[in-house]
Design a binder for this molecule. Structure first.
Ligand code: NI
Length: 231
């Protein structure tokens, strides 16, 4: 804090990610990219918030979901704690759509610090790679891009039944369900039995993951630096 009043807080989830995605994929992706961006930008990185709302996946074993209200309250108190110690710029790097609404509400109540909330897929350079590698097969859950990022740094799981493409979703469907606005858990599992939501996870490779991390870390570091100088 002698050199900077900013900090990056990664937020993810603990939930199923289809047959070949790790349970903690969202938290792992956010944390890895935050650490790398932090190295580039000279930023502190706080412990990752890995238990978050994921109610729609609760019919799949491995998912641990907390309520939106609890997550909002947790984020609110973490922000208050950081602000009370003098942090003036708090940057959430997010990896899970359902976190966005409660994070925004928590941020709107924070006094004494500026808050910026970004997901690692918000950046143009990252999206260009996702589009180039996977096109419409990126889908919504168990995405090849997030699987690729975990493959680059951790391990590759055998695809099993995810070797076959999932049901393809329309761009309209994806738009309507963004921010993880999915149905109740039983319905969700019935509609998407193997856990993937329009995502062809098996297209992921560790090389893609490496390139995605590189693009994301640079974009986040730049955005974070802009955030600090913006006032
Ligand atoms: Ni995910």
């Amino acid at each position: 804090m002698k050199t900077s009043s900013g900090i990056i807080v990664p937020t993810g989830s603990t939930e199923q990610h289809g047959p070949m995605g790790l349970i903690g994929t969202d938290a792992i992706c956010a944390e890895m990219i935050a650490e790398e961006a932090g190295n580039i930008a000279g930023a502190l990185v706080a412990p990752t918030l890995a238990y978050t709302p994921a109610a729609f996946n609760m019919s799949f074993p491995g998912t641990i979901s907390i309520s939106e209200d609890l997550f909002e309250a947790l984020a609110t108190e973490i922000l208050a704690g950081l602000a009370s110690h003098g942090f003036k710029h708090i940057y959430f790097l997010n990896g899970h759509g359902a976190n966005l609404a409660p994070l925004k509400r928590a941020a709107s109540r924070c006094e004494g610090a500026q808050i910026r909330i970004r997901s690692w897929w918000d950046f143009e350079t990252v999206n260009l790679l996702r589009e180039t590698y996977y096109g419409d097969w990126e889908g919504m859950h168990g995405t090849p891009s997030e699987v690729a990022i975990t493959q680059a740094r951790l391990r590759v799981l055998p695809p099993g039944i995810a070797a076959d493409p999932p049901e393809k979703l329309s761009r309209d469907y994806i738009k309507q369900h963004s921010g993880d606005r999915h149905g109740p858990p039983d319905e969700h599992r019935e509609r998407f039995p193997d856990g993937r939501v329009g995502s062809h996870s098996a297209l992921a490779t560790p090389e893609h993951g490496q390139a995605l991390i590189k693009a994301a870390e640079a974009a986040v570091a730049e955005d974070y630096a802009n955030f600090l100088t913006a006032g």
